[in-house]
Design a protein around this ligand. Structure first.
Ligand SMILES: O=C(O)CCC(=O)C(=O)O
Length: 303
């Protein structure tokens, strides 16, 4: 068998496996939940389908009391983690190790222990977030992680997610980013090339790249040569801005130069994706604290 035929056979097997494994969540979605209960979610899914990126506000997802709780928990965490944040800021110009995002600190740790009462877990399992992820993936999506990222400002050479790239965890991915402070041009806005996601009109865009480990990274200059800078979606925004994006499309973020950035983030993929689950469940975890939809998003059986 020629190399090309062998690669095609591997791809066909992988596709077959993926669609086969995602059959049940797809049927469940098609049969039960393809109707949107609110027009905001439908509009966001439409934007994701066409552009690969959509912008919303926290007020569209949480009531006033929940927003107050959410932000006060953010402030509590910012204070509780001040020693680690200071250490991050002290080392950010000197530790340039590639592969560890040394400009970024995950305030919930690399694998948060799930707590159904925690506002951050509840945000990842927000009913409208799940509706959007399901609607875009056209199946019952799986929540893979949620966290709070603190990105320290630096003048270091750009690397990792600060350069253009696309994620490879799945064929389609939904990530949400919630800004927890105002984000300006100098504080590392998430930036996207609309239409470069697999459903988009620029899906076949192939800008020049360099290899960073085994990941393709593209500089601004090379991106601009392939895709007009005027069309880049630089997502600056006030505290409470929410960005949904299919990160299979070209994106970058966290180029914080003039100030630090704090944001909530979470990721949804198809259940069949081999992406790691970065959520740990305590031994005494009680699924009855969650709705059936939330249990599905975590792939845990409801008692
Ligand atoms: O920090 C950012 O804004 C970029 C994040 C990113 O590249 C990703 O989550 O895939």
């Amino acid at each position: 068998m020629t190399l090309r035929k062998r690669i095609s056979a591997i791809r066909a097997t992988r596709s077959f496996w993926r669609y086969g494994s995602n059959l049940a969540p797809t049927l469940e979605y098609l049969i039960r939940s393809h109707k949107y209960r609110d027009c905001d979610s439908a509009q966001i899914v439409r934007r994701l389908n066409s552009d690969g990126v959509a912008i919303a506000r926290i007020e569209d997802f949480l009531d006033y009391g929940s927003i107050v709780d959410f932000y006060s928990e953010v402030e509590r965490l910012r204070v509780a983690k001040r020693v680690e944040i200071e250490a991050l800021k002290a080392n950010v110009e000197s530790d340039l190790t590639v592969g560890q995002k040394t400009f970024n600190l995950e305030l919930l740790g690399s694998e948060p222990i799930f707590d159904a009462e925690c506002v951050f877990a509840r945000m990842g399992l927000n009913e409208k977030f799940l509706t959007i992820a399901n609607g875009y993936l056209k199946m019952k999506a799986r929540l893979r992680y949620y966290n709070i990222w603190y990105t320290a400002a630096s003048m270091s050479v750009l690397r990792e997610s600060q350069l253009w790239h696309f994620d490879r965890e799945d064929k389609l991915i939904v990530k949400a980013f919630v800004y927890l402070d105002d984000v300006e041009a100098g504080t590392g806005p998430f930036t996207y090339a609309p239409g470069t996601h697999p459903k988009g009109i620029h899906a076949s865009l192939k800008p020049e790249f360099m290899m960073e480990g085994n990941v393709r990274r593209t500089s601004d200059a090379h991106m601009e040569a392939a895709y007009p800078r005027a069309d880049w979606r630089v997502c600056t925004g006030k505290k409470g801005t929410i960005i949904f994006a299919d990160t299979r499309g070209y994106h970058k973020g966290g180029e914080a130069r003039t100030g630090d950035r704090l944001m909530f983030t979470c990721m949804y993929t198809s259940p069949a994706s081999q992406s790691k689950d970065l959520i740990r469940f305590p031994a005494d975890f009680d699924p009855a604290l969650l709705s059936a939809e939330q249990c599905k998003a975590l792939r845990i059986p409801r008692k």
